[in-house]
Design a protein around this ligand. Sequence first.
Ligand SMILES: O=c1ccn([C@@H]2O[C@H](COP(=O)(O)O)[C@@H](O)[C@H]2O)c(=O)[nH]1
Length: 272
Amino acid sequence: MNRQQLVEQIRKKQTCLCIGLDPDMERLPSVLSQGEEHPVLAFHRAIIQATAPYCVAYKLNTAFYEVLGSTGWQLLEQTLELIPDTHFKIADAKRGDVEHTARQYARAFFESLGFDAVTVSPLLGKDSVQPFLDYTDKWTILLGLTSNAGSQDFLQLPCGDGYLYERIMRQASGWASPNQLMFVVGATWPSQLQQLRQQFPDHFFLVPGIGAQGGDLQAILESGQAQSDAGLLINVSRAILYASTGNDFATAAAEKAAQYAREMAGFLQGRK
Ligand SMILES: O=c1ccn([C@@H]2O[C@H](COP(=O)(O)O)[C@@H](O)[C@H]2O)c(=O)[nH]1
């Protein structure tokens, strides 16, 4: 899905919500263990059906699938098949390796699995990211400023006239156009996100950290939108997936997603 198609979906639906499909076996509703289908697949089938009207993207964090071994990889593929073509599909895999290995990762996520986007660590430098960027019709989402407290250990260290994350993002922004390069910026750092938006007016930011991590949605919406178009994909995983673990889990997830979407619509209305 290219930028124009993504922006069209955001405008049409008046939401920039991305739902994280991070299936935690210990939190799945017990009703699902009684069926014939794998509980993760039954969970995703119900969640996607209930929430698709309120979001434009789904983000699958590969850790939650990898932990289940070969079954997990099958579930990843089967979950992708459940996601409508109208929705942007992100592999949150945070890959980063030397060039020839990175090329295999890029092939895996873009060709074998067919994701629209994959998250990548920029720390090994341009040659490690280039294999992803070579897929000009796909998106590379570089870790900019991550949402966790530990981003202060390295990413928020002073560097030149700014911080390390700014230096990384500035340099990496020269590697490809904003039509194929996004940055992860945590919702837990609203003032940094505001400054980053001024420095990077045209890039999409994938923003995790709303819901369970306590990020402030209003603050992100107020300061995070790009000049040219929406420019934000705001991810929520646990707060939607596990809104209820009872039999009403899908309805509860839909209500929560609709609530986030309504808040977003208030900001997106009337934008170009
Ligand atoms: O900086 C980052 C990068 C990625 N994540 C991932 O996003 C989701 C957030 O889940 P919630 O349940 O909404 O907190 C999860 O997959 C993280 O690994 C992040 O949180 N921060």
